[in-house]
Design a binder for this molecule. Structure first.
Ligand code: PTJ
Length: 235
């Protein structure tokens, strides 16, 4: 990996790009496009966690703390960028980690399983024995002791169809998505509009401290994020 100089003003952003390129055997090519879109929205947020995102993170903490069977669903981008942060959240919350891919290949599943193993997590995903109803493609494949039977699913960088299908299954869906206008953002019960590696440590801290919120309105939260972005643009 070619590390960017630490004093570069865009160090974190360049490092994230390097991580994704470095993991090109397990990150889908389409994942690079998804990342670029995320970067553009992060500019509008000023590359910081805004207050509405913080309230969504607290709501996510409450949901995870109240869950009987929480599961963290990870894809190529999530593992390449945040394997350690996912491992910490899994350890603190007791949530299982399942690899669930849009562009599923056996090679990618094996590679991503190894990457999670390196950070101490035995991820589910290889032996997918269950299906998410309503999805015709490979992305329907899931594990019965993971996503299949979960009551709360955290699905960062999710695709809109699968998010909708999980909601229809009756699961509480938490997503992390820098685009507040995406179908996923609009469909999930709790949408954290923040950068993955920036919000995961905050979420883990809240879960560890058993902190959350009593009530949360996702539509209001998304509207607050859009207003925040609009104010930044107009000022
Ligand atoms: O690994 P696979 O095969 O499961 O494929 C993963 C991708 C990401 C390619 C797939 O899920 C996909 O196509 O996703 P979308 O529909 O492009 O949605 C990804 C969303 O995540 C977009 O709305 C981006 O703005 C957002 N996003 C990208 N990078 C980040 C992000 N949100 C938070 N943090 C990021 N680092």
């Amino acid at each position: 990996m070619v590390l960017p100089p630490k004093d570069h003003p865009r160090y974190k952003s360049l490092l994230a790009r390097e991580k994704l390129v470095e993991a090109s055997d397990v990150v889908a090519n389409q994942g690079l496009i998804a990342h670029g879109r995320g970067e553009a929205f992060d500019y509008l947020l000023g590359e910081q966690t805004c207050l509405p995102a913080l309230s969504a993170i607290k709501a996510a903490s409450s949901a995870i703390l109240a869950a009987k069977k929480p599961v963290i669903s990870v894809n190529g981008n999530v593992v390449a960028l945040a394997a350690r942060e996912i491992a910490r959240l899994s350890e603190i919350s007791g949530a299982k980690v399942e690899i669930n891919l849009f562009h599923r290949t056996p090679e990618r599943i094996v590679g991503l399983t190894k990457m999670m193993k390196k950070v101490g997590i035995d991820a589910l995903g290889e032996n997918a024995d269950d299906k998410i109803p309503g999805l015709s493609s490979e992305r329907a494949k899931c594990c019965s002791d993971g996503i299949g039977s979960a009551d709360v699913v955290l699905v960062p960088l999710e695709d809109g169809d699968r998010c909708e299908a999980l909601v229809k299954m009756g699961k509480k869906v938490i997503t992390i998505d820098l685009n507040p206008l995406s179908r996923t953002a609009q469909t999930a019960h709790i949408t954290i509009v923040d950068e993955l590696t920036r919000c995961l440590p905050l979420l883990s801290d809240f879960v560890k401290e058993k902190k959350g919120v009593d009530s949360f309105d996702n539509k209001q939260c998304l509207s607050d994020v859009l207003n925040y972005m609009a104010e930044r643009i107009s000022s």
